[in-house]
Design a protein around this ligand. Sequence first.
Ligand code: FAD
Length: 367
Amino acid sequence: MKILIVGAGPAGLYLAYLIKRRFPDWALRIVEQNPRDSTFGFGVVFSERALEFLRADDPDTYDGVTPAMEAWTDITVVHRGVPVVIDGIGFSAIGRLKFLELLRGQLEATGVSIEFEKSLGEKHDLQGHDLVVAADGANSWLRSTADFGTTIQPLSNRFAWFGTTRVFHTLTQTFVQNEAGHFNAHHYRHSPQMSTFVFECDAATWARAGFERMDEFGTLSYCEKVFADTLQGHKLVSNKSVWRSFPNVRNRHWSRGNVVLIGDAQRTAHFSIGSGTRLAMEDAIALVNALSQHGKNIPEALGAFEAVRRPIVEKLVAAADASAGWYEHFPEHMTLAPREFAWSYIQRSGRIDPEKLRKIAPKFVAG
Ligand SMILES: Cc1cc2nc3c(=O)[nH]c(=O)nc-3n(C[C@H](O)[C@H](O)[C@H](O)COP(=O)(O)OP(=O)(O)OC[C@H]3O[C@@H](n4cnc5c(N)ncnc54)[C@H](O)[C@@H]3O)c2cc1C
């Protein structure tokens, strides 16, 4: 069997490792367009439950990554300067670069070397492989090689992904208002020295604030002013922190011929539920299981992969869509008082009803 994996993000790296571990004799190539240590963004979070899949399926990887993670048990929602703590909803976080380094180290220890700075862009690059895996992210080139029934719907809010040296205690959602409009920051520590700081606003605020005419540094300075109380004198740090609209990627077909989509290439899940990386890794586990069960029969294996995985993915994506929908209207929710606002926030994905919340977050509900 000859397998080509395009993209060495979480999906591609983890899939390559699982394949090499399960089928040591298969020939495997993994290519990545960027240099070894380049990545975008700062940290990523995993919900407590999100890490359970890894503990259960792959204790080695779980034990490899969890010591490098920051963990906490509460969420804080700050509105009108009032912090409301929602207890009992735990998360772990890790720097994206650190996470990729760990996955890479684990893969390279199996003897696979990643072909860095190699960008595939021609159909003939794919020839000679029994299976081609598109793990090339939301802007996947491989998706353009066949009709996957792809739709890409950009959300109207804008965001920029920064870091900061201020180390926050919990995952915090801070909402503020100024003369231009309404702003939100998703912030949490992802290492003992650094936090992630995703700055977001609605399209009308973005236009009124004049971000279109600002460069990356201008945006960063503006954001530091808006969130001066939150940052308490700390600076923001940028890393390709340009304004983006989150793309909702969906595909009617997950495979065409011998090409299969996994991770963000297959679908994105809004970052506000912190599940994109976990979904990408679960795709890898499911694909390797399907290959194990169906041997070298690629069409059968890809059909089985989609049949098992699609219902699970669609459930999570529905929750991500509901959460994204709440953010698309956050200026309207900001008319609520802080505690009601936090209540609206925590119910946004439709997955936590009041009874369930009473069990998970007794102090918050009692308050
Ligand atoms: C602001 C923001 C915050 C987020 N926060 C979280 C979070 O807290 N928790 C979470 O779980 N997820 C989060 N995510 C989502 C997460 O980043 C993605 O779901 C995850 O990275 C998907 O992994 P992937 O491997 O499928 O794609 P990617 O990470 O995008 O990797 C794709 C790789 O393919 C390479 N590539 C692309 N085209 C080619 C080509 N033609 N040839 C060779 N290589 C190519 C790219 O360089 C890249 O390295 C966030 C996303 C955003 C935008």
